[in-house]
Design a protein around this ligand. Structure first.
Ligand SMILES: Cc1ncc(COP(=O)(O)O)c(C=O)c1O
Length: 387
């Protein structure tokens, strides 16, 4: 019967994240640095407001584009963040950031269209590109250039079939932030080659050391050909609410709304009410979460950079680190499996996120400082043992 599963779906490999998760379940006392979600619960103010609104009756379908009050709140938020007054027709509310990116690919891709995908990358991009017959074309990055896609590597990957460029900054899995000047150069290539851009900015609030979000959207000519994906999952610790949104040119968002309408009808209405409350939240609540991730990052960086055979960048954003263990072993899957077996710590093999991740592992700083300290000590002991 299994042969009845579609080729596209049966070709999805078991994800490195799921594999590690499954194996970790065999141990009682493991520490997971594998999970890509904040360990904090959703701020109470958001939960209370959503509950109140649900009791009041906000439990019905909304318009496919989204609850008008949420769209207005997003407009205000974007005015503050981007300094730009978007029209309501430029915004669509989605089922998480994933809802935004899947609707985008369905909206623009025809079979055979190529999507330029800098790697390492968030694996669902690839699946969603391939499910609609698109082709993911890797744009290589490296530890040496901080896992930032260079304009040269991008040019080299472009063919006459290239239609879309995916950018993800701050990045999962590396935590890399694309510098402003690189975005300027990439935008010039995008214009010259008449590409569309999907800019995944779901980590836009999780930036450290005084950085503010730099978006390709703000570069000349880009707002006619770029869709930006935002999410409440990471910034507001709302992963389970499945709520996000996308903004872009009206001509494109109009068609994305048709896709949302035919796939999910609309984003969950109670979650949309929660999102309205999230956008009213005092910025200090978010800043406190970001500061906690910053402290964890600094501590993890201090420990990891001292380990023999390990190279690591200090990420500019997110809650991920992507140490290179290539001098110890190129087989990061085996490294992760042995680390789990010997020290019960879960990390994710880098090649889960594309070939540039080979010889690296993703470490998620999604446990409290005390647990993180213990996990890092176990990693130190493991590396000393195998070196
Ligand atoms: C780069 C990136 N984009 C999008 C998402 C989707 O998140 P959500 O659908 O929860 O908003 C994730 C989640 O891990 C991610 O890492």
């Amino acid at each position: 019967m299994k042969s009845k599963i579609s080729t596209a779906v049966s070709q999805i490999p078991l994800s490195g994240i799921r594999e590690m998760w499954k194996r970790a379940a065999e141990y009682d006392n493991y520490i997971s640095l594998g999970i890509g979600e904040p360990d904090f619960n959703t701020p109470k103010e958001i939960c209370h407001q959503a509950l109140e609104d649900a009791v009041r009756g906000a439990t019905h379908y909304t318009q496919s584009q989204g609850d008008p009050e949420l769209i207005e709140a997003i407009q205000r938020y974007l005015l503050e963040r981007l300094g730009e007054d978007l029209s309501t027709g430029q915004i669509v509310v989605t089922t998480g950031g994933v809802g935004g990116l899947t609707s985008f690919f369905r909206t623009v891709l025809n079979p055979g269209d190529e999507v330029l995908l800098p790697e390492p990358y968030f694996p669902p991009y690839r699946h969603n590109i391939e499910w609609v017959g698109g082709k993911a074309v890797h744009v290589q990055t490296s530890f040496e250039n901080s896992f930032v896609p260079t304009p040269e590597a991008l040019e080299a990957a472009i063919t006459p079939s290239s239609k879309v460029l995916v950018l993800n900054s701050p990045n999962n899995p590396t935590g890399a932030v694309i510098p402003a000047e690189t975005l300027d150069n990439i935008a010039r290539i995008v214009l010259e080659r008449d590409l569309l851009v999907l800019s995944d900015e779901v980590y836009e609030r999780l930036l450290f050391d005084g950085r503010t979000q730099e978006s390709i959207w703000k570069r000349p000519g880009m707002n006619e050909r770029t869709v930006v994906v935002h999410s409440f999952s990471k910034s507001f610790a709302m992963t389970g609410w499945r709520i996000g949104y996308a903004f872009g040119p009206e001509w494109l968002i109009e068609s994305m709304i048709k896709v949302v309408s035919s796939t999910t009808s609309c984003a969950p209405s109670v979650s949309q009410r929660a999102a309205v409350a999230a956008l009213r939240l005092d910025a200090e609540v978010i800043d406190a979460m970001v500061e906690e991730f910053r402290v964890r990052r600094d501590h993890a960086y201090e420990v990891l950079e001292q380990l023999p055979g390990v190279r690591v960048h200090k990420p500019g954003g997110t809650f991920y680190m992507f140490p290179d263990i290539g001098q110890i072993t190129q087989d990061s899957r085996q490294f992760a499996l042995d680390l789990l077996k010997e020290e019960q710590v879960v990390v994710v093999p880098g090649e889960t996120f594309g070939p540039s991740g080979k010889g690296c592992v993703r470490v998620a700083l999604t446990v409290n400082q005390e647990v993180l300290k213990e996990a890092l000590e176990r990693i130190r002991r493991f590396i000393r043992h195998i070196s």
